[in-house]
Design a protein around this ligand. Sequence first.
Ligand SMILES: NC(=O)c1ccc[n+]([C@@H]2O[C@H](COP(=O)([O-])OP(=O)(O)OC[C@H]3O[C@@H](n4cnc5c(N)ncnc54)[C@H](OP(=O)(O)O)[C@@H]3O)[C@@H](O)[C@H]2O)c1
Length: 290
Amino acid sequence: MPVTGPVLVVGAAGRLAAAVAHAFAGRAVVRHTRASLDVADAAAVARAAVAAAPEVIVNCAAFNDVDGAEDRPGEAMAVNAFAVRSLARAAEACGATLVHYSTDFVFDGDATAPYIEDAGPAPRSVYAMSKLLGEWFALDAPRAFVLRVESIFGSPAGWSGRRGTLDGIVESIEAHREVRVFTDRTVSPSYVDDVAAATRHLVDEHASPGLYHCVNTGYATWYQVAEEAARILGVAPRLHPVTVDQVSLRAARPRFCALSNRKLAGAGFVMPTWQDGLRRWLAGRKQPAA
Ligand SMILES: NC(=O)c1ccc[n+]([C@@H]2O[C@H](COP(=O)([O-])OP(=O)(O)OC[C@H]3O[C@@H](n4cnc5c(N)ncnc54)[C@H](OP(=O)(O)O)[C@@H]3O)[C@@H](O)[C@H]2O)c1
């Protein structure tokens, strides 16, 4: 039986939130942006949950500034960790399922094969630590899905919110600008629409709660991802290869962050390949406005 009760989406002005709200279209979706609900305000979170009486709470709010978190650890912890504790408590009080998103950054990136959910986390930055704490708090809720996503792409055309790495790469390729891309960071990119569809599937199909890797199938270096985007766009790219050591970044970046999504497939949702997601996103962007 699919979800019929209200779905409460917090952090609703974000990119993934927009896709999640779309995926749950047809259901009662209550959206709170930061302006109407600061998730770091525990009392406000409890009040908002009581008012919405949700069957599902989807937490899309996050402090996503990986480098900024090194200077503002309190803010990162408040949003990425302690706010999740409030949401887990609210979910318990309402009898709701909690959906929370985490990150590949919980790993150190020293692996040579895709990480499975049972692999031991080893965060190397404040952001990563705050997200790992958030996972633990979320999983304290009686029924919670923690979906690790990675390198989200697929901003809608004209999107004015925060953009992802791949959005920037594609924009540069299309503008025939030179763009620096890592040759030594390996990722399993997540197409935002596929993450949203997987979220709905897990909730509607009453899958076993817990931790899932929710990335598109396969993995590649950022350089290879950029090459594929250029190939699909039919543009000769001006890619400038760089390594992590050549770029000055405040926070450590894990190098090998391929994630295995086999557990998600076992729950009945087979994620398309990242190349397929990339093709669908780029084809959608090229359609003339209706
Ligand atoms: N994007 C990626 O590549 C990526 C990778 C790994 C994991 N993730 C995870 O995926 C989830 C969704 O990410 P996204 O890409 O959709 O992020 P996003 O577009 O940056 O959206 C995050 C939203 O959270 C809001 N927010 C921040 N602090 C808040 C607060 N105190 N109260 C309420 N809302 C608050 C932000 O509002 P403001 O704009 O006003 O700050 C923003 O609208 C997050 O859990 C993120 O950590 C994303």
